[in-house]
Design a protein around this ligand. Structure first.
Ligand SMILES: *Cc1c(COP(=O)(O)O)cnc(C)c1O
Length: 452
């Protein structure tokens, strides 16, 4: 497959999403129905998702066409820039060449709009009136709120309570786009009420907010649910990033030896990395690929690869993934984002296959890297993106030690303009490292569902 196919002079935005499943030596394990233990069929997912997305979830086709109505909106900010971090290279005094793909130029400030748009579009096409979703830091909620505004859907966002209180500007942004924002756990759903009964002061978690959003969608036939990461179709939509990067690296007459992305649910990492891994799987070019996560939420590096629920109330199907257990609640002092208990099944599968590596980094190191990056390149990264920045800097310093020049490419998944409180806390010395305790992991994993 030629990589320049997407790069006609008047068309530098991919017309297709790239589906890595077509190039995998073995498909990922199926999603299971929790009651029967059997693979779920399209009908099982129909109460939540439009058929177009359900089909994308299971397709084996290598290329999936971007609808014209979505492509037209991508044009507002895509292709996103690929920068060479020359001043950072100089500051590090490294022989490495460092490039970054900057997704922060989207109207909402992150990569998340790449999938929010097609998700809202397909739901509108299939006659839905609105969408429910959850949001942690607020990036996904912002993206879906805007996508719903663009295609004329209502949007209800269950926002993890600790973020709702700490990030009023994210909430203001979502409301500006016309969404309704509810702190989670809430009294609006059975799942929320059950949590509040046990713990009235619950600060919430993504797992809890997902339960609420799923329940609200299941109970209203006019409304569907939308997820901002983890699922195959979400990762598929994000591959516009990597396809553009392939073409842009070619324009730069270079090719990455190392590709790096931060990983919460795995979507921005996959979006950049999958087109490069595809070339690796097809024997066209070799690249090391690294997913970076926080020590405070180490699903890939310390979680278990097993079947687990996607949410706390166990309303979702069972997916095989690296997980810390669906009851996982991240520590309050962790400011770096990437707080989901599981990892995308496709990313987990690739780790099992040895196609990617995983690293965990402490939050003080990620913020130090983000500040160093900002002082050199001017862009203040989202705290999530700082994990990728930190790993890229480590690789560049290794090149210096070894006296070799390598090409490093990382995904700068978003800007940090709504996360300045975390930077204030960092500058004031209020952040500390937090390593998720082994006992906690063992306890959460003891509650895993048993699958035959
Ligand atoms: C949501 C988010 C992430 C983490 O989600 P993934 O699905 O792992 O990409 C990373 N960076 C930014 C800026 C985000 O908004």
């Amino acid at each position: 497959m030629s990589t320049v196919k997407y790069l006609l002079p008047e068309d530098r935005i991919p017309r297709f999403w790239y589906n890595i499943v077509a190039d995998l030596p073995a498909p990922p394990p199926p999603v299971l129905h929790p009651a029967t233990g059997q693979p779920v069929g399209p009908d099982d997912l129909a109460p939540l998702f439009p058929m177009a997305l359900i089909m994308q979830e299971v397709t084996q086709e290598r290329e999936v066409e971007v609808p014209a109505e979505v492509w037209e909106v991508y044009r507002q900010w895509r292709p996103t820039p690929l920068f060479r971090a020359r001043r950072l290279e100089k500051a590090l005094d490294t022989p490495a060449r460092i490039y970054y793909k900057y997704e922060g130029v989207s109207p909402v400030g992150s990569h998340k709009l790449n999938t929010a748009l097609p998700q809202a579009y397909y739901n509108k096409l299939e006659g839905k009136k609105g969408l429910t979703t959850e949001t942690g830091a607020g990036q996904w909620g912002s993206a879906l709120s805007l996508a719903c505004a663009i295609y004329g859907l209502e949007c209800k966002v269950f926002m993890v309570r600790v973020s709702y209180n700490q990030k009023p500007y994210r909430r203001a942004l979502m409301e500006t786009y016309g969404a309704t924002v509810i702190p989670s756990p809430s009294t609006e759903t059975e799942s929320g009420r059950a949590i509040l009964e046990k713990n009235p002061d619950s600060t919430g978690s993504l797992g809890i907010a997902i339960s609420e959003a799923v329940e609200a969608a299941v109970k209203n036939p006019e409304v569907n649910y939308s997820l901002g990461s983890v699922l195959n179709h979400v990762l598929l939509h994000q591959t516009v990033i990597g396809q553009e990067a392939l073409a842009q690296m070619e324009l730069a007459d270079d090719y990455p030896d190392v590709v790096i992305g931060c990983a919460g649910g795995g979507s921005n990492f996959a979006g950049l990395a999958f087109p490069f891994i595809g070339r690796k799987l097809r024997g066209e070019a070799d690249t090391r690929v690294i997913a970076v996560e926080p020590e405070a939420c180490p699903s890939l590096t310390r979680g278990k690869y097993t079947y687990d629920f996607g949410d706390t109330a166990h309303l979702t199907p069972l997916v095989k993934m690296h997980t810390l257990g669906s009851t996982f609640v991240p520590a309050g002092i962790h400011a770096g984002g990437l707080r989901y208990h599981g990892m995308a099944p496709l990313v987990s599968h690739l780790l099992e296959l040895g196609q990617i590596e995983a690293q965990a980094i402490h939050q003080l190191d990620t913020f130090a890297a983000g500040v160093q990056f900002a002082r050199a390149e001017g862009i203040v990264p989202a705290p999530e993106s700082n994990h990728a920045v930190a790993a890229a800097i480590r690789e560049a310093l290794r090149c210096k030690e070894e006296g070799v020049s390598r090409t490093i490419l990382f995904n700068l998944s978003g800007h940090g303009h709504f996360d300045m409180q975390a930077y204030l806390d960092y500058h004031a010395g209020k952040l500390q490292n937090y390593e998720y305790p082994a006992e906690e992991i063992a306890m959460a994993l003891a509650g895993l569902p048993s699958v035959g």
